[in-house]
Design a binder for this molecule. Structure first.
Ligand SMILES: [Zn+2]
Ligand SMILES: [Zn+2]
Length: 207
């Protein structure tokens, strides 16, 4: 594994939060507009600690979402500054904890801190791990031209290009149709498995 288990989990949550924006979500809508949507996201990721469930908390988490989307794609040196800024603002104090059978992992703010602050600090701590492992190139934006989804590539060869199979399949179909048009073949045929494989094999690292 490239990163530790808690870093992978934190990055996964970070990407899921980031991908609630309309440009990246499955529905094409903002999927973090209501307190109920926030609660559902937290439940899905078994996010522990304080939850106020009020409008202010939702606003703060939405602001954290913007900040983390920005952090995700920063060049390394700028990411370092932003990570250090987040940790300093929160007076982060790293300590090892073990709760809910999650195994030993790091918390740098208390369970009682506001949700958005805990989300930001947890993300910053995962970036500490990623940057030390020189792994920022594994944090990517979807290659689909109509999607800004963020994802972590934990594959062995680092060849993942799309945020989801939804985007991978859509782009494979589009590439197939473009080729079919060029070759004068019948457009509109479904993409063969081979075209999907070929599309995902032509991988590039974005950073
Ligand atoms: Zn924890
Ligand atoms: Zn995508």
């Amino acid at each position: 594994m490239i990163f530790t288990h808690d870093t992978v989990a934190a990055l996964g949550f970070m990407a899921a939060l980031a991908d609630t924006v309309p440009e990246a979500s499955a529905s094409g809508e903002d999927e973090l507009e209501t307190q109920a949507q926030l609660a559902a996201l937290l439940d899905q990721w078994i996010y522990t600690g304080r939850r106020d469930g009020d409008a202010r908390e939702l606003d703060e988490v939405r602001a954290a979402r913007d900040r983390l989307r920005h952090l995700w794609l920063l060049p390394r040196d700028e990411a370092v500054d932003e990570v250090n800024a987040i940790l300093a603002e929160a007076n982060a104090l790293p300590r090892l904890v073990n709760h809910d059978d999650l195994g030993w992992h790091i918390h740098a703010v208390s369970f009682d801190s506001p949700l958005a602050q805990r989300i930001l600090v947890e993300a910053a701590m995962s970036f500490v791990d990623v940057i030390r492992a020189d792994g920022l190139d594994r944090l990517r934006e979807c290659d689909a031209d109509d999607c800004t989804g963020l994802f972590v590539d934990v594959s062995k060869n680092g060849s993942r290009r799309f945020c989801s199979t939804r985007c991978g399949n859509r782009m494979a179909v589009r590439a197939y149709r473009a080729r079919a048009n060029e070759e004068g073949a019948q457009p509109g045929q479904p993409a063969s498995t081979r075209s999907i494989t070929r599309a995902s094999a032509a991988s590039t690292v974005r950073r």
